[in-house]
Design a binder for this molecule. Structure first.
Ligand code: ADE
Length: 260
C-alpha cells in the first residue's frame, strides 16, 4: 500500500505517522508514505495558495491550480511506476463527507495506492474537487482546523488492515467493530490490583468457557455503550439467543438431576 498525502503541512504527516506499528511497517516496506507539499506546485511567485471566495464570506479558500498540479504530479509518478495513478482513489477529508468506519478502513486497505487531499482555511475551490476527488470522507461530526489529523487517523486505521502490518494476524478480526461488537475487557498481571480480582473464568484454562464469557461481555458492553451497533448485531444474530436459551435449559436440567 502506497499512501500519498497532498498537504500544506507535510512534516506534520511524516512526523505523526513515523512511530510505533505504522513506522515499523514503513521501515519494513509493507506500506509507503509520502507527503507532498501543495505550496511547491503553486505558480504564484509569492508562494500563495489561497484567495478570497467569490461572492464574499469569511476566510480564504485554497485555489484550484496548486491542488490540481500537485495531484497531477503524484498521479504521473504513480503511472511512471507502472501503476494507474489517474484511476487512484482520491480521498478528500472533509466534515461534509461520509463518516469513516472500520469497514471502510478494510475496503481501502485493498487498494494499491491511495491519495489523501487535506484542506485548510475555509476549504478548496469546488472545481478542482469535481475534477479529481473520488471519495469525500469525514472522521466525525466536528470541525478541525485542517485535514491532516483526519488523514492521519484514516491512514493509521487503514494500515492496520493491510496484511502483515499487525504482528498477530487475527488481532484485527477479534477487536472492536468486527461483527458490530465492541471488544471485551482484557486483564494482565497481577491477579489482584487494588483489591480487584481478574475474573475467575480467565484463570480456568477452559478455552470454550473463556470464549463464551468474552462474547457475553462484548454483547453487554455494546448494548450499554452503543445501542446503534447492538441493534445491528442483534438483527444478524438471532440464533445466538436461541442457542443460549437452549444451553441454559440444559444446565438447569442437569442441576435438577444432580439434586435428585
Ligand atoms: N477537516 C476538518 N474537520 C474534519 C473532519 N471532522 N473530518 C474530516 N476532515 C475534516
Amino acid at each position: 500500500m502506497h499512501f500519498h498525502v497532498l498537504t500544506l503541512f507535510p512534516e506534520m504527516i511524516m512526523q505523526g505517522l513515523d512511530t510505533s506499528i505504522i513506522g515499523r511497517a514503513i521501515a519494513k516496506g509493507i506500506i509507503s508514505l509520502e507527503a507532498v507539499n501543495i505550496r511547491d506546485y503553486t505558480t504564484n511567485k509569492h508562494g500563495k495558495v489561497d484567495d478570497y471566495p467569490y461572492g464574499g464570506g469569511a476566510g480564504m479558500l485554497m485555489q484550484a491550480q496548486p491542488v490540481y498540479d500537485t495531484w497531477k504530479a503524484v498521479s504521473d509518478q504513480i503511472d511512471a511506476q507502472g501503476r494507474e495513478g489517474k484511476k487512484t482513489r482520491v480521498i478528500y477529508v472533509t466534515p461534509q463527507g461520509q463518516t469513516f468506519n472500520q469497514s471502510m478502513a478494510k475496503e481501502y486497505a485493498k487498494e494499491e495506492d491511495l491519495i489523501f487531499l487535506c484542506g485548510h482555511y475555509e476549504g478548496i475551490d469546488e472545481r478542482v474537487l469535481e475534477e479529481i476527488v473520488t471519495d469525500y470522507v469525514s472522521i466525525g461530526d466536528y470541525v478541525l482546523t485542517g485535514g491532516e489529523l483526519p488523514a492521519m487517523v484514516m491512514i493509521d486505521a487503514i494500515s492496520r488492515m493491510v496484511p502483515e502490518v499487525l504482528g498477530n494476524e487475527d488481532s484485527g478480526e477479534t477487536e472492536s467493530f468486527s461483527n458490530y461488537l465492541l471488544e471485551y475487557p482484557q486483564y494482565s498481571r497481577p491477579e489482584v490490583f487494588r483489591g480487584k480480582e481478574v475474573p475467575k473464568v480467565l484463570l480456568s484454562g477452559d478455552h470454550k468457557k473463556v470464549d463464551e464469557w468474552r462474547l457475553e461481555q462484548s454483547i453487554e458492553r455494546t448494548r450499554k455503550q452503543r445501542s446503534d451497533l447492538y441493534e445491528k448485531w442483534e438483527k444478524e444474530n438471532q440464533d445466538y439467543f436461541i442457542k443460549k436459551a437452549k444451553r441454559e435449559a440444559r444446565k438447569r436440567k442437569k442441576a435438577c438431576k444432580s439434586q435428585v
